[in-house]
Design a protein around this ligand. Structure first.
Ligand code: MRU
Length: 351
């Protein structure tokens, strides 16, 4: 398994890998407070739906460890205000909001009347979100690989978008976890990774992970996807998710939708790999998903170097919605969900 890690947590200390500096520098920063983690999430020093939620939960745990509370009410006010604050950092990935809701719900049935004992319970709950994530990702990886291998037994060529690996999770990754699983089973011929403009998660982060692990891989620009599909015998597309609606519509990194359109045209199966914490059972379709728009600078500049004409207007939606109709299967830690006879996913709590 990969030893790459974006999150380090130990004895009240949270350190996050500053992914803005990758691949040139590999530097961790102390983020042991909600304030520091909020800014790390907003500036995308830490990014990726699961990693955002984990970092926020652990930042809360770090702060809780420093304080003793006189009453349950005082504890509740503290926890709720910190969670509300953290939830303002980025709007699209649902994992953050689910984590906050799960922690708030603990107050509905406190395990004890003692505020500081209950505080410890909340800390353990937050820490478990972190420790469970790798196991969840391994299940996603193995379920996804097994399913894809039903179509073709070996020498698979796959395409992935954005970064869904160890850097976007506690470790192993979701869509990249499926790639890892295929590779570990000696079934992978090659993985193609898109550059993923404008923030370049593919070129900077996925490429970094693939080279680090010596997985046979090639980087392409986003504009090469259709031609790659036409010329290189791609067997499957694997992407992650920031929020999946109950009908399977999926918000993921900008560019995912056009890859799904191209995959449908070329008859290539298109899979979304994500933990159930990325599924928003409360919303019916992708129309209800708030798409984050990020600073223009991300499009006009690359690492502070201006590449676009001064004065040009810019539209920078950070995510797009891939309609369920273009998705072949949704891979979670419970298995692979496909559509029913009516061509619908119908996701529910048991997925
Ligand atoms: O803006 P980012 O880098 O946080 O976006 C990340 C993605 O879109 C990933 O594909 C998705 O979160 C899955 S991460 C396992």
């Amino acid at each position: 398994m990969s030893s790459l890690q974006a999150i380090r947590y130990n004895n009240s200390k949270l350190e996050l890998l500053n992914q803005l500096l990758l691949p040139q520098q590999f530097e961790f920063e102390d983020c042991s407070s909600c304030e520091l983690t909020f800014h790390a999430i907003r500036s995308m020093k830490v990014r990726g739906a699961p990693a955002i939620a984990i970092a926020a939960a652990l930042a809360l745990a770090c702060e809780l460890k420093q304080i003793n509370f006189n009453s349950q009410k005082e504890l509740q006010q503290f926890v709720f205000s910190k969670l509300n604050f953290l939830c303002e950092s980025r709007p699209t990935a649902v994992n953050l909001f689910k984590m906050a809701e799960d922690i708030k719900n603990l107050f509905e049935k406190p395990t004890t009347d003692n505020a500081n004992e209950f505080k410890n319970h909340i800390i353990s709950f937050a820490e478990k979100i972190y420790s469970d994530d790798i196991q969840t990702n391994k299940l996603i990886g193995d379920f996804g690989a097994k399913f894809i291998l039903q179509n073709k037994l070996h020498n698979l060529n796959v395409l992935t978008h954005c970064n869904t690996g160890s850097l976007a999770t506690a470790g192993y990754g979701t869509a990249l976890g499926v790639v890892r699983s295929l590779y570990a089973q000696n079934k992978l011929n090659h993985v193609y990774a898109t550059e993923t403009r404008p923030y370049n998660q593919g070129a900077r982060l996925t490429a970094f992970e693939l080279v680090y692990e010596k997985i046979p891989s090639t980087l392409i620009t986003d504009s090469m996807v259709s031609f790659l599909m036409k010329t290189k015998k791609i067997d499957a597309v694997l992407v992650g998710a920031d929020r999946v609606a109950s009908n399977g519509d999926t918000a993921n990194k900008i560019g995912t939708y056009q890859i799904a359109v191209a995959a449908a045209y070329h008859n290539i199966p298109f899979y979304v790999a994500a933990p159930t914490t990325s599924i928003d059972f409360k919303i019916k379709s992708g129309e209800e998903i708030h798409i984050e728009e990020r600073p223009k600078q991300e499009v006009t500049h690359i690492q502070n170097i201006q590449i676009a004409a001064s004065g040009i207007d810019v539209w920078n939606p950070s995510f797009d919605i891939t309609p369920a109709s273009l998705i072949t299967g949704i891979i979670t830690e419970h298995g692979v969900k496909t559509k029913n006879n009516h061509g619908e996913f119908q996701l529910n709590d048991s997925v």
